[in-house]
Design a protein around this ligand. Structure first.
Ligand code: ARG
Ligand code: ZN
Length: 862
């Protein structure tokens, strides 16, 4: 509840229903940049054409017009409204020229034009372009861009912008210039420029129709050797999109630039993607297998946006999932095709459950197509991205591969060069397939994770089994009652005695509150395999016993379902032991032993399958989350598994030893299992565990093994912990991405003094809030540490609030993104809940809070 004596400022609410087409279009824009970190002069010439009634409104954020010309003559009849430049224009077509001066070096928000590591770069999505020049900053204004840049040649030898380079030259006074032109009309959020001292990893790609594309990945000279993996991923993505979606690249150049200061992963600016360097730079010594995989996925994601986002863009920001959900699905499919699709699906579901399910169950829940927002930056969420991907995946499942491809082809051809809506996407799917998706559209409207309960009954006499299904979508903010969703559920029955399948896999479209399905010729007791492949993003409750789950974990032919059975068995065990204070671990230990012994299984799959659910996911199963009890129950299970299977873990550890580093699915799987095995050896309490970990730490020829060992050592009480941290620090102190790992690993430690360590690290000379990666590495990671963050005295909450208050002044977008852990206060016991709420109140009372933070805090309290 908000203190009634204070009237917190509430940012205005933007509603989807208020969408109106623009009064003016801007078919062309010419931009002139006189680049300088302290004072960059931006001259913009817009050709504007009337599209309806009303004045021309050019958004601006922190801009002061130095001059305004209309059709070449100085014009004084303008006004500023909320930062926007508003002009009443007499005719139907004009040329407007404005001039502003901005200061990239002072831009700590990292939106608009800013400085990073001495170079200049831009980030415009969603509303950063208005911090560069006056312009109608909305995605349904598509313009052709011509960009001219002038800069000091020694400091900024490389000048890049969207599209193709057209001309360049020297000015003779130590400055040079370059001109770029982008033939494809685009919204301003896709504008980009980079000026800097950079070198390129260059390559070529020839498209299916024979276009030769010059590829460049631009970094600072010392990083050049770390760009090969990203380049390989780029070429693979380009070929994949041609083969799988029929999408070709459309310009003669494609450039990627890596920068160290970036608010999120990367950005799909037309022909000039700009990346957080953590999603480009990799070599075995500094990047883990997760980093390598993440790089390939993000390179692919941004590349795929060239069609799903750029050629077809979004009409307004409520449609964000149109490009993001679809593009995430595309990058997931791509990654699945590069190695084990089953393991990739498991990873994606794990991260959906870790980030999207809690969001959907909390105060910030919103549909994948929101109805209202205050600050659009707050809506780059797991719901828009990951649930959005699940929704498009369900369409693909319902339509089948051929009709789905026909649907995407129709969508791309019908909407090419335009700004579309989620509705347009669904209509294209319907038109191409003949499938009616009317009820399915609720996935775009309703928030909340549906819950399905399933009960299987067997009638041995008639050889029949019936499956009774119920579904309910929980209330979410602003949506108290819900309609049933359309859930594509993949189902199969297995015989409990023979292990044989008793039915084919069935796809059941469950679209009512309740339904009953009958299976015939069920000749033995059946065990239910449901939501196979995680065919619907729902929570399933069944009455399956631990014996059934153990059976499925060994016999199900769907790898995801097999993993899922194991997870459910572990969850049931953990939830029971949290409730009772002690647990029966035998079934879990047995199931793990079986999985470890199954040589036919991919090692990466085994590593995933034997991993216990996270503390926070266990908490999500409970009415009131008790972090201490969860931690204790999980540790008890971990150490029992470690002890009971110690020889097996030692054998798995020995069997996964490699000669030399290789980045192949097989080698990755072995490394993953090796770190998991090491974790269990340590959990067993084996006296040599620290020594094994330390030896691995020292001898590793790659970061996966080194960090894997460090993750074990940071939980230990031995001196090896301090030694390893020091060695790691000294070895990598000049590599910011690896130093991030050093901070994160410590922030995730399960030791009792982790909070104090984190507090100390916040004062470390290498810690800064101005770099988003570093802020997330320590503060973001700490807020995920269920044990340390939820310390009963509330010190963790106060610390997070302190940091976010400070960060909000520097970089509101990044600060607001890290607030949700505090917003979960309703899920915890009264004492913790009050302590968390008190910190939200304290944040809200800070004068001058950003719009970003006001929205997140306001919603979290209401
Ligand atoms: N479009 C970018 C991507 O997903 C991310 C942009 C994020 N923007 C933001 N304001 N958070 O590829
Ligand atoms: Zn994206």
């Amino acid at each position: 509840m908000v203190d009634a004596t204070r009237t917190p400022m509430t940012p205005p609410v933007i509603r989807r229903s208020d969408y109106r087409p623009p009064a003016w279009h801007v078919p062309e824009i010419a931009l002139d940049f006189d680049l300088d970190p302290q004072a960059t002069r931006v001259t913009a010439t817009l050709s504007v054409t009337r599209n309806g009634e009303g004045p021309l409104r050019l958004d601006g954020d922190g801009l002061t017009p130095r001059s305004v010309l209309v059709d070449g003559t100085p014009h004084n009849d303008w006004r500023l409204e909320d930062g926007a430049l508003v002009l009443d224009l007499p005719g139907d077509a004009h040329e407007i020229t404005t001039e502003v001066v901005i200061e990239p070096q002072a831009n700590t928000q990292l939106m608009g034009l800013y400085a990073s590591g001495g170079n200049l770069c831009t980030q415009c999505e969603a509303e950063g372009f208005r911090r560069i020049t006056f312009f109608p900053d909305r995605p349904d204004i598509l313009s052709r861009y011509r960009v001219r840049m002038v800069a000091d040649k020694a400091r900024f030898p490389v000048l890049l912008a969207n599209g193709d380079p057209v001309a360049s030259g020297d000015l003779g006074d130590g400055r040079h210039w370059a001109e770029w032109s982008d033939p494809f009309p685009k919204p301003c959020y896709l504008f980009a420029l980079v000026a800097g001292d950079l070198v390129a990893n260059r390559a070529q790609f020839v498209t299916a129709s024979g276009r030769e594309v010059q590829l460049g990945i631009w970094v600072r000279a010392p990083d050049l050797a770390k760009t090969d993996h990203a380049m390989r991923a780029l070429k693979t993505s380009m070929a994949w999109d041609e083969r799988v979606y029929g999408r070709e690249y459309d310009l003669d150049v494609f450039n990627i630039v890596a920068v160290d200061d970036f608010n999120f992963g990367a950005m799909e600016n037309k022909g000039l993607n700009i990346f957080n360097s953590r999603y480009i730079l990799a070599d075995p010594d500094t990047a883990t297998d997760y980093d390598y995989d993440g790089i390939a996925a993000v390179v692919a994601h941004e590349y795929f946006h060239n069609w799903s986002g750029n050629r077809v863009t979004c009409r307004d920001w409520f449609q964000l999932s149109l490009k993001e959900g679809f593009t995430v699905l595309r990058d997931q499919q791509f990654s699945g095709d590069q190695g084990s699709a089953a393991v990739k699906r498991i990873e994606d579901v794990r991260s959906l459950r870790a980030s999207q399910f809690p969001e959907d169950a909390g105060p910030l829940a919103h549909p994948i197509r929101p109805d209202a927002y205050q600050e659009i930056s707050n809506f780059y969420t797991a719901t828009i991205y990951n649930k959005g991907a699940e929704v498009v995946r369900m369409i693909a499942t319902i339509l089948g591969p051929t009709a789905f491809r026909a649907g995407t082809d129709l969508y791309f051809s019908r909407h090419d060069g335009t700004a579309a809506t989620c509705e347009d996407f669904v209509v294209a799917m319907e038109d191409a397939s003949g499938v009616d998706l009317s009820a399915f559209r609720r996935w775009y409207e309703q928030a909340g994770t549906p819950r399905v309960s399933a009960t299987l009954e067997h009638f041995p006499g008639g050889g029949r089994a019936t499956l009774s299904l119920r579904q309910a979508v929980p209330p979410t903010p602003g949506q108290q009652t819900k309609q049933p969703m359309v859930l594509p559920l993949k189902l199969r029955l297995f015989g409990a005695e023979t292990g044989r399948p008793l039915s084919d896999e069935r796809l059941f479209l469950f679209d009512q509150d309740a339904a009953t399905i009958t299976f015939e010729t069920v000749t033995e007791r059946p065990v239910l395999s449901i939501n196979r492949g995680f065919s619907a993003p729902v929570i399933v409750e069944t009455d399956r016993t631990s014996a059934d789950l153990a059976f499925l974990s060994a016999h199900d032919d769907d790898p995801f379902a097999r993993y899922e059975a194991m997870q459910q068995l572990m969850l049931d065990t953990l939830v029971a032991s949290v409730a009772s204070g002690h647990g029966d671990h035998a079934a879990v230990i047995d199931a793990i032993a079986n999985t470890l012994a199954d040589d036919r299984l991919d090692r990466a799959f085994v590593a995933e399958a034997v991993l216990l659910p996270s503390d926070s996911f266990i908490g999500d199963q409970m009415g009131v989350v008790d972090p201490d009890a969860i931690f204790a129950a999980r540790e008890a299970l971990r150490s029992d598994i470690g002890r009971a299977l110690l020889p097996e873990w030692r054998a798995a550890y020995a069997a996964t030893e490699a000669d030399a580093f290789e980045y192949t699915p097989d080698a990755k799987g072995k490394r993953r299992l090796r770190t998991v095995a090491l974790g269990y050896i340590a959990a067993s309490g084996a006296s040599d565990a620290d020594a094994i970990a330390f030896a691995q730490f020292e001898q590793a020829d790659n970061m996966t093994d080194r960090q894997g060992a460090l993750m074990t050592l940071v939980n230990s009480d031995s001196d090896d912990r301090i030694a390893a941290l020091d060695i790691f620090y000294n070895r990598y102190r000049d590599n910011p991405l690896v130093l991030d790992k050093w901070f994160t690993t410590q922030a995730l430690s399960t030791r009792a003094d982790t909070f104090e360590q984190v507090e100390e690290l916040a004062g470390h000379r290498d810690f800064t809030l101005t770099n988003p990666n570093r802020a997330r590495a320590l503060i973001g990671a700490f807020s995920m540490n269920q044990k340390a963050f939820h310390r009963a005295d509330g010190a963790g909450y106060r610390f997070l609030a302190d940091q976010l208050i400070a960060l909000d002044r520097i970089n509101p977008q990044t600060a607001a993104k890290m607030l949700p852990p505090l917003g979960r206060w309703r899920r915890f016991d009264r004492t913790r809940g009050e302590l968390m709420r008190a910190q939200l109140d304290r944040i809200l009372s800070v004068p001058g809070l950003s719009k970003d933070m006001l929205e997140q805090v306001g919603k979290s309290l209401s």
